[in-house]
Design a protein around this ligand. Sequence first.
Ligand SMILES: Nc1nc2c(c(=O)[nH]1)N[C@H]1C(S)=C(S)[C@@H](COP(=O)(O)O)O[C@H]1N2
Ligand SMILES: [Mo]
Length: 359
Amino acid sequence: MSSLAERMARLIVHGERPYNAEPPLDRLRMRYRTAAEDFYVRSHGDLPEIDPATWRLSIDGAGVGPLDLSLAELRTRFPEATVTATMQCAGNRRADMRVVAPVSGDPWDGGAIGTADWTGIRLGDVLRAAGVTPEADLHVAFESHDLVEGQPYGVSIPLAKALADETLLAFAMNGAPLLPEHGFPVRAVVPGFAGVRSPKWLKRITVQDHPSTNPMQADDYKLFPPDVTAETADPAKGHTIETMPLNAAICEPARGARLKAGETTVRGYAIAGDRAVVRVDVSGDGGRSWHQARLEHEAGAPFAWTFWEIVLDLPSGERDLAVRAWDSAGQTQPARPDETWNFKGYLSASWHRVRVEVA
Ligand SMILES: Nc1nc2c(c(=O)[nH]1)N[C@H]1C(S)=C(S)[C@@H](COP(=O)(O)O)O[C@H]1N2
Ligand SMILES: [Mo]
């Protein structure tokens, strides 16, 4: 395995402590399954060091026969499952929202997203073994080993999503053990939900009748209207971000690229939360006219992104490329970032625009 420093050098680093980094978009678009060392890293505290030999996961709470499992017990007691799924930060593409007005948080470009084969066991299998039965209004709370302002990282998801087939306790990514920065030895993977709900470095799982009271769940990762500021925000009134909205990005050519007049291949990704991407429109003239991209989507992977590609004939001059996707409900993306601006810069999903010079 490469060293953390070597892997850091491959990425665009927004911060070293906590460590936050994303891959360049052209490299992100090279493979449908993102290489682990090219996968964005979003962390809120220092990376914890965990000895897999002594690591244990406890499961407790409402209606639960408590379990306390070693890594070996977890892996042998439950059947292995692999899910191909895209993980995306709620702050992906925040840089585009910053153009409207200041926002808090790292200025992610379109690279706070990646797709992998996640292998582990189904969270539902573990919960059912602990005696949990599907009941409305229950929540599954997670606690992790990393500390955020002195408190363990903690979030929760509704029990129904925890019991869903796609939700995993994963120990491998693309067939290899998780890298330390991606949650070694075990993390949750909650496909379709914002990355924040997929806790890394798991320690404890609790079934309870209320969402986690940890600040990560109760205060952070909430969507506010445009008239709310950091000073006036009441976290209890914000919308808890779970399912992610329809989004798309141009990965090639890069912003500011100098191209020759004539045929240019434009490539990118699109993703539709828990729906399907049914169409991707690409424009070479800032959105006045649109052309249909060819879509590439892996069969049997409803929670994975769609790759798209199109050859555009670009005349010389300054050209504004733009992309917008459509989902299976016939919905598309907002044209401009000011339409969904919020002071936290979450869910930035307007048409992605890339200006290029054509000579
Ligand atoms: N324990 C823990 N889990 C975490 C985080 C964290 O800081 N600590 N960050 C979350 C956020 S906001 C995202 S977007 C994803 C990122 O996962 P990755 O770093 O493996 O790409 O992990 C989530 N799980
Ligand atoms: Mo995130």
